[in-house]
Write a protein that binds this ligand. Structure first.
Ligand SMILES: *[C@@H]1O[C@H](CO)[C@@H](O)[C@H](O)[C@H]1NC(C)=O
Ligand SMILES: *[C@@H]1O[C@H](CO)[C@@H](O)[C@H](O)[C@H]1NC(C)=O
Ligand SMILES: *[C@@H]1O[C@H](CO)[C@@H](O)[C@H](O)[C@H]1NC(C)=O
Length: 368
C-alpha cells in the first residue's frame, strides 16, 4: 500500500509539472538548411490543462516551408515538461483544397462546447494557399484527441490572391458567451481599406456569421493587422494589432479596449510605448495574467524586441507600459501563453521575417 502510494505520488509529481526554472531558446525544431527561406516562421502554441494522465501539456505549430511539392502542412509538436523538450505529435494537412496549409496557423482549446464539439476539443485555423498564391482560405480543423488526429470542419472565410491586393490573413480564436469568434485581417475591401481587422462568429464551428469590422480606418492606405484579443478581469477585452500607417512608426503596435469583444470597431486605438521610450513595432500578441497585483498584468510581445511590454492598470488610457527584458529571442509574431503559476510566460517564436537561420524556439520567463 505504501509502495503504491509512493509510486502514485511519483507519477503525480512527474505528470503535473506546473512550474519550471526559466529557460531561453530551447530548440523545438531546426529546419533542414536546404528548405526554402525562411524555413520556419510564425509559431503558435496552446496549453492543455489535462490530456489523459498528463497535465499542462504544450502543443506548438508554425509555418513550415518544406520543399514543394508536396503540399505544405502545419506540424504539431508536444511537450509535457513546460516546453523544455518536444516530440512530433501530428501534422495538420489540407484535406479539402489540394493547396496545403501554408501560413499563419492558430491553435486553441475550446473552453466550452461549441455545437457538437465538446469542451477540450483542440481547434486549428490557418491559411490554405495554393502554390501559385492565387487564393487565400482560412480553414478550420478539429482534434477531439488533444492534437493527435485532425478532421476538417469548415471554411471560415475565403479571400483573393496571397500575392495580390485582396487576401485574408492571420486567424485568431476567442470564445464569448458560448460562441466562437474568429478574428482575421481582411483586404477583400481594399478599395476602401487596404487592410482591416474583422471577425465572424459561429455557434457550431460549421456555419459562420457575417463579417463584422473591428478596426477599419477611414484612411484607405492604413493597414491594421494581426489581431489578438485577451479577456480582462474587469469584464472588458483588449485587442492588440500592428498599425501599418501609424504616425509613431510604421506598424507600431496599438491596442483597443472594449466592453465586448464584438464591438472593437467603436473603441479608440492607443499606441503601446514604454514610459522609458521603447516603441513597439510589428506582429504583436497579447495575454493577460492574474499575476502582478490587483489588476494582474497585460503582457504584449512585438517583433522589435526580445522583451515584453507590460501594463498593470488594465490598459487604462495613458497608464504606464514597461519594457521587461528577457533572454528570449525576438522574432516575427511570437506567441505567448500564461503558464499555471501565472507568473511564468511561455514564448514560442518561429524566427524573423525573411530570416535565413530561423528555428522554432521556446522560452519561459518570470514576470517581475
Ligand atoms: C509529418 O509529415 C512529414 C512529411 O510527410 C513526415 O515526414 C512526418 O513524419 C510527419 N509527422 C508526423 C508526426 O506524422
Ligand atoms: C523585426 O525585428 C528585427 C530586429 O529588430 C528587424 O530586423 C526586422 O526588420 C523586423 N521585422 C519586421 C517585420 O518588423
Ligand atoms: C488598477 O488599474 C486602475 C485603472 O484601470 C488603476 O486606477 C489602479 O491604480 C490600478 N491598481 C493598481 C494596484 O495598480
Amino acid at each position: 500500500m505504501l509502495l503504491k502510494l509512493l509510486i502514485l505520488g511519483l507519477i503525480g509529481v512527474s505528470r503535473a509539472l506546473d512550474v519550471v526554472t526559466p529557460y531561453n531558446n530551447k530548440v523545438i525544431f531546426s529546419p533542414p538548411s536546404n528548405w526554402p527561406i525562411p524555413r520556419t516562421l510564425y509559431a503558435r502554441s496552446v496549453l492543455i490543462a489535462q490530456d489523459g494522465a498528463d497535465q499542462n501539456v504544450l502543443l506548438a505549430t508554425w509555418e513550415n516551408y518544406s520543399p514543394q511539392p508536396p503540399n505544405v502542412w502545419f506540424p504539431v509538436y508536444r511537450s509535457t515538461d513546460l516546453g523544455q523538450t518536444w516530440k512530433p505529435l501530428s501534422n495538420i494537412t489540407d484535406t479539402q483544397n489540394g493547396w496545403g496549409l501554408r501560413y499563419q496557423p492558430y491553435l486553441y482549446e475550446l473552453p466550452s462546447a461549441i455545437g457538437s464539439f465538446p469542451a477540450g476539443t483542440i481547434i486549428a485555423a490557418g491559411n490554405s494557399i495554393p502554390q501559385d498564391s492565387s487564393q487565400t482560405r482560412i480553414d478550420v480543423y478539429a482534434s477531439t484527441d488533444k492534437g493527435r488526429t485532425w478532421k476538417f470542419v469548415s471554411h471560415a472565410a475565403s479571400g483573393g490572391p496571397a500575392n495580390g491586393g485582396t487576401p485574408i490573413w492571420e486567424p485568431f480564436f476567442l470564445t464569448y458567451q458560448g460562441q466562437l469568434v474568429i478574428y482575421y485581417s481582411d483586404s477583400r475591401d481594399s478599395q476602401a481599406h487596404s487592410q482591416k481587422l474583422v471577425h465572424q462568429v459561429t455557434t457550431n464551428l460549421v456555419n459562420w456569421g457575417p463579417v463584422v469590422d473591428d478596426v477599419a480606418d477611414s484612411k484607405t492606405s492604413d493597414r491594421p493587422g494581426m489581431a489578438t484579443v485577451a479577456a480582462l478581469p474587469n469584464g472588458k477585452y483588449i485587442m492588440t494589432y500592428e498599425f501599418g500607417g501609424a504616425p509613431e512608426v510604421n506598424f507600431a503596435v496599438y491596442y483597443r479596449i472594449s466592453d465586448s469583444p464584438l464591438t472593437f470597431a467603436s473603441a479608440t486605438g492607443h499606441n503601446i510605448k514604454a514610459t522609458t521610450g521603447q516603441q513597439t513595432q510589428s506582429s504583436p500578441t497579447v495575454v493577460w495574467t492574474p499575476y502582478g497585483g490587483t489588476n494582474g498584468t497585460i503582457v504584449v510581445s512585438a517583433n522589435n524586441s526580445g522583451g515584453l511590454w507590460i501594463n498593470k492598470q488594465l490598459g487604462a488610457v495613458n497608464s504606464p507600459w514597461t519594457l521587461v527584458s528577457t533572454g528570449a529571442a525576438g522574432g516575427y509574431a511570437r506567441d505567448l501563453k500564461v503558464l499555471p503559476t501565472n507568473q511564468q510566460i511561455f514564448l514560442v517564436v518561429g524566427g524573423v521575417l525573411s530570416g535565413t537561420a530561423n528555428q522554432v524556439l521556446a522560452s519561459v520567463v518570470n514576470l517581475p
